[in-house]
Design a protein around this ligand. Structure first.
Ligand code: ACO
Length: 336
């Protein structure tokens, strides 16, 4: 799916992010599995990641991010028409984490649902919210991207436990007079679904003692295949969207790629030809936070004063599905 802006203009009016306090370093991981700080840094660029405490669920980690986003937008929870939470690690299979979060925010009449598109979830959710706002169905939507992948990791599997971390980001989307979202490009290839999945816990393979003994409740990843997929779609999705919007990479002021692996980002940056100083990278401190990755990086860029009104911002994610998605926007004054 690809499309450029139509209907009401829509932008980010408030932005927030939150990560758990607990820092897990590469050195600590090297005491848990057969790995080293050097291997993790050179193969992924990651130095440390955050891990949620045993008492924290996704709503707990998302709530501070959502509150900050509402505060920056200058609105209260009761003004929200809709809440979308992009995640693969909801508090429970159901009800939707979005409904629990909406309740915690006092958004008593808001519609609420969770969206599952792996690490691309945040971009998918932005596109969904954009559609509802641009079409006039809503005036104010909260989009949260967040995951606690530490909950579905096999901590004895060195090929996965070193790359992921926990975190969440949130944005309030509202109508604006000009600027804002310019277009989206989203796609999926279910043929690669098995390359990144949690085999058990759904209707195909309910959890039984045998399933638990085989570790099928944990995230499984064919890292090499996902790596190849990621390097391909980060480039193709961005190129397609820029062309659709009548722009080129030269127009992009700030590039916010999914933070999975610094080698994947480097590859995309080189192929696209985006100058390094325009790229936001924080994977070194948070690892791959899945749906939390892009909003966390965006919040960091805003916090560092890297975004000003009129800047063209390109975001591209890819992940489980396998899915990919890009969003292009013109940063607006209202954007906090
Ligand atoms: N420490 C030391 N050695 C390791 C580790 C580790 N943590 N993990 C794997 N190795 C070993 C392997 O066993 C292998 O050894 P062998 O050659 O003797 O067989 C060797 O290192 C190379 O393994 P590769 O899997 O080829 O390593 P690679 O360079 O591909 O890096 C990684 C692995 C980091 C997982 C990489 O493939 C990657 O980043 N893949 C993409 C992941 C991703 O982007 N996911 C995004 C979506 S996530 C979502 O949607 C939830």
């Amino acid at each position: 799916m690809i499309g450029s802006a139509n209907g009401y203009r829509v932008s980010i009016s408030g932005l927030g992010a939150h990560v758990p306090d607990r820092v897990l370093t590469n050195e600590e991981l090297a005491r848990m599995v057969d790995t080293s700080d050097e291997w993790i840094r050179t193969r992924t660029g990651i130095r440390e990641r955050r891990i949620a405490g045993p008492e924290e669920a996704l709503t707990d980690v998302s709530l501070p991010a959502a509150r900050t986003a509402l505060e920056r937008a200058g609105i209260s929870g009761s003004q929200l028409d809709f809440v979308i939470v992009a995640t693969v690690t909801p508090d429970m299979t159901f009800p939707a984490t979005a409904a629990l979060l909406a309740d915690a925010l006092g958004a008593s009449d808001a519609g609420a649902y969770d969206l599952s598109a792996g690490c691309t979830g945040f971009v998918y959710a932005l596109a969904q919210a954009y559609g509802m706002l641009a079409g006039g169905l809503c005036r104010t939507v909260l989009v949260v991207g967040g995951d606690l992948l530490s909950r579905i990791i096999d901590w004895s599997d060195r090929s996965t436990c070193v790359v992921f971390g926990d975190g969440a980001g949130a944005v309030v989307l509202q109508r604006v007079d000009s600027g804002g979202f310019l277009g989206f490009e989203l796609g999926a290839d279910g043929a690669g679904g098995r390359d990144l999945c949690v085999p058990a816990g759904g209707s195909r393979l309910p959890v039984t003692p045998e399933v638990l003994a085989a570790g099928q409740q944990y995230l499984q990843m064919n890292g090499r295949e996902v790596f190849k997929f990621a390097t391909r779609v980060l480039v193709s999705s961005a190129e397609k969207l820029l062309e659709q919007c009548g722009m080129t990479v030269d127009d992009v002021d700030v590039y916010v790629p999914h933070q999975a692996n610094v080698r994947i980002i480097d590859h995309a940056v080189e192929k696209l030809g985006i100058p390094r100083e325009r790229v936001v990278v924080n994977v070194d401190r948070y690892g791959n936070t899945s749906s939390g990755s892009i909003p966390l990086a965006l919040a960091e860029a805003v916090g560092e004063g890297r975004l000003t009104k009129g800047d063209i911002v390109l975001m591209t994610g890819m992940g489980a599905g396998l899915t990919w998605g890009s969003g292009l926007m013109e940063w607006t004054e209202e954007a906090a």
